[in-house]
Ligand binder design. Structure first.
Ligand SMILES: *[C@@H]1O[C@H](CO)[C@@H](O)[C@H](O)[C@H]1NC(C)=O
Length: 265
């Protein structure tokens, strides 16, 4: 009876705090505090991704498809972080247990490690380790609510090119870079539960001295990458999500100077 609470405490470093409005309750991750389009609750939940009581990024999570729509985060300079964390899941998506646990909680509304086992897909991180601002932040990315089934060859191929291109492009930033990385649901599922995205996409916006710069890229979950400026990417996503308009950033970022994510070497 004594050990259980202690164990939960030991495991309680990472969690996703359910918020009603992450613009107000998980701020700091959006340029000019304007988040991307938020799809409506209760199917879509706004999560503030927290480790040891520090907010690290924001995620809009689709509880039906059991994958995120996007994670929004800020890059402030490259740090050599290690991929050494366990995978976390968040009991908040179902219960009122305040702390995270590794397994054994209700999973009706979120993916679990088991869903990915022998699925032929890997857990593709949206907010990536490569752009984490600290080891804590890197650890905080290892949550199932920040991941979606990704084709292994895309993960180690084209998407890796995107992550390193992003790392390179953002080295031009003279202030914090605001980044949104997301997926578009596809037609396939793994374990009859978790949607396999048709596309992965990412976009950034930052100050380069007196200029604001931005850009993005979208790729089929195996196929080619399509670089795009922010408004182009918004148009693609508007069509793919089938919504009125899908916005990534405030208008300053939409109208910023286009600097491609995949620069020439
Ligand atoms: C990111 O860029 C830095 C230099 O700014 C480099 O040292 C590092 O190896 C790069 N990391 C990745 C994952 O590409």
């Amino acid at each position: 009876m004594f050990f259980l609470p202690v164990m939960l405490l030991l495991l309680s470093g990472a969690s996703a705090r359910f918020v009603l409005d992450f613009q107000r309750q998980c701020s700091g991750f959006f340029h000019h505090n304007i988040p991307p389009t938020v799809f409506p609750a209760p199917r879509y939940t706004q999560l503030c991704q927290t480790l040891n009581n520090v907010d690290h990024y924001a995620t809009l999570y689709d509880t039906k498809n059991k994958i995120p729509v996007y994670s929004a985060y800020v890059f402030t300079g490259w740090v050599d972080c290690k991929k050494d964390s366990d995978w976390y899941i968040e009991p908040q998506l179902k219960s009122t247990i305040p702390n995270m646990a590794l397994e054994g909680i209700p999973l009706q509304l979120q993916a679990s490690n088991r869903d990915y086992q022998d699925s032929g897909f890997v857990k593709g991180l949206l907010a990536p380790v490569s752009l984490a601002n600290s080891q804590q932040c890197a650890d905080a990315t290892f949550t199932l609510t920040n991941a979606a089934p990704q084709d292994p060859s895309f993960n180690s191929g084209k998407w890796k090119v995107v992550e390193s291109g992003m790392n390179k492009t953002l080295s031009q930033c003279t202030g914090p870079a605001y980044i949104v990385t997301g997926v578009v649901p596809g037609v396939q599922t793994i374990n009859n539960r978790v949607n396999v995205p048709s596309h992965f996409w990412t976009a950034y916006c930052c100050q380069r001295n007196a200029l604001l710069i931005s850009g993005g890229v979208i790729g089929g979950n195996k196929e080619d990458l399509r670089p795009a400026h922010v408004r182009q990417l918004e148009t693609y996503l508007t069509n793919l999500y089938g919504v009125g308009y899908f916005s990534l950033f405030d208008s300053n970022c939409k109208d910023a100077l286009y600097v491609p994510v995949l620069g020439k070497d």
